[in-house]
Design a protein around this ligand. Structure first.
Ligand SMILES: *Cc1c(COP(=O)(O)O)cnc(C)c1O
Length: 425
């Protein structure tokens, strides 16, 4: 596929040609576990990683491969590896890069599930995570030592939509030769391309806007191809691997990360994406730009409506003047901020509950990035078990409502919010 094609063209065409046998233009769902070989020598070469090719769908599959190539093209990367969920992709990334005892510096405003895995199961297995305010570069730098393998941030903080100075974090990573990883789930590559700001690996929960319709789980890692793995910090890449005739992954250059992620992580831990899920994700991807533009347009109107509404105490939407990330948003997100943000209603906990109990068109769930508009009241759900202090540190007040603006008619959405606000005493 031509490198010169633009986003809207790549989201429909990259990674796929008409099927050579049937001439089908839609992507076939290759629901086959195994793929046969031409002869014994070809089988041997594929097993030894000396030749590309499909043989077993835990490692590679043509439908999943089309998605991997398309995602890499959209992000400006050299390759990608898909997983069963965003969580599987993030933990797979860590397993590909780190050994027991290695350290990760992670932003303290990551997706809650990621913080839970890193501080729970992953810590239990000996992968050490330090959580830090990602805007405090001095604190981040102070945590770096010989065991640090990854600096991990999200392009948009959850749930408050705060942003980072990506160029500054990238410079810090380059100074120490540390891998810079960005979870870009919330804006997607349409609104923000982390590789252009120094990210070495970009990870997604495709469950969200990429698939886009709230119906299919998935995750993917995109490799920029820019990290030099010939770096003594990463012995898993510079030491020979006995499992594959003493291959040195770093010597594969641009293919180093993806080869190891497939040949070791997917092979040994499983967690591969189903071809059927890859198919639905590819289908969603074809309209990503159209959907994101509409999510942005509807969100701007709703943020404006909320900002002027007397039932609303505050709105945290980075495009609004006065938001702490306003300048960063203008610098890094010229196409718009996206569809996920928070606001606070009057009346605290009761006010928040009243809105949730009276919405009709919005759906009350803890997901986001659906074609449907969604609302969450963190103080009574995701953050209910926390102390007041912990909740406030996570940026969640009693009356905070998280909104994921969907693709419905804007007047219908605004009318639904207004009738729910009218119920607050
Ligand atoms: C949802 C989400 C994840 C986890 O993805 P799953 O597909 O649910 O496993 C990770 N990071 C971010 C930013 C998310 O929103």
């Amino acid at each position: 596929m031509s490198k010169n094609y633009r986003f809207e063209t790549l989201q429909i065409h990259a990674g796929q040609k008409p099927d050579p046998v049937t001439k089908a233009t839609g992507i076939p769902i290759y629901l086959s576990n195994a793929f046969t070989f031409d002869d014994a020598d070809q089988a041997k070469n594929i097993f030894a990683l000396e030749e590309g090719g499909y043989f077993y769908s835990r490692l590679s599959n043509p439908t999943v491969d089309a998605l991997q190539q398309r995602m890499a093209a959209l992000d400006g990367g050299v390759g990608a590896v898909a997983f069963a969920s965003g969580t599987a992709a993030i933990m797979g990334l860590i397993m590909t890069v780190c050994e027991t005892g290695d350290e990760i510096i992670a932003a303290n405003n990551l997706y809650g599930g990621t913080i839970g895995s890193l501080s729970g199961t992953m810590a239990g297995m000996g992968f050490v995570s330090h959580f830090v305010n990602p805007r405090d570069l001095k604190a981040m730098e102070a945590l770096i030592n010989d065991k640090t393998k990854i600096i991990f941030v999200e392009s948009v903080g959850n749930p408050n939509g705060d942003m980072l100075d990506f160029d500054a974090i990238s410079a810090l990573c380059k100074k120490y030769g540390i891998l810079f990883v960005v979870d870009n789930t919330t804006p997607t590559s349409y609104l923000f391309r982390p590789i252009e700001h120094g990210a070495d690996l970009v990870v997604y929960s495709t469950t969200k806007y990429i698939a886009g319709h709230g119906n299919v789980m998935g995750g993917i890692i995109v490799d920029s191809g820019q990290f030099d793995w010939h770096n003594e910090r990463y012995p898993l890449f510079t030491n020979p691997d006995k499992a594959y005739h003493d291959i040195v992954y770093a010597d594969l250059n641009e293919a180093a990360f993806c080869t190891k992620a497939v040949a070791k992580t997917l092979r040994d831990l499983g967690g591969c994406m189903s071809p059927f899920n890859a198919y639905l994700t590819l289908l969603g991807l074809e309209t990503l730009s159209l959907r994101m533009d509409k999510h942005v347009e509807n969100s701007r109107k709703i943020a404006q409506f909320l900002n002027e509404n007397e039932a609303v105490e505050w709105v945290s939407y980075a495009e609004l003047e006065g938001h702490e990330s306003h300048e960063l948003c203008q610098k890094y997100f010229p196409k718009g901020f996206g569809g996920l943000f928070t606001f606070g209603v009057k009346g605290g906990l009761e006010g928040g509950k009243t809105v949730i109990n009276h919405i009709q068109l919005f759906t009350h769930v803890t997901n986001f990035a659906d074609s449907r508009s969604l609302l969450t009241h963190p103080a009574s759900t995701t953050h209910a078990q926390m102390s007041e202090e912990e909740r406030l540190a996570g940026g969640v007040q009693q009356g905070t409502i998280r909104i994921s603006v969907g693709l419905e008619n804007i007047e219908d959405l605004i009318a639904d919010l207004q009738q729910a606000f009218d119920k607050i005493q």
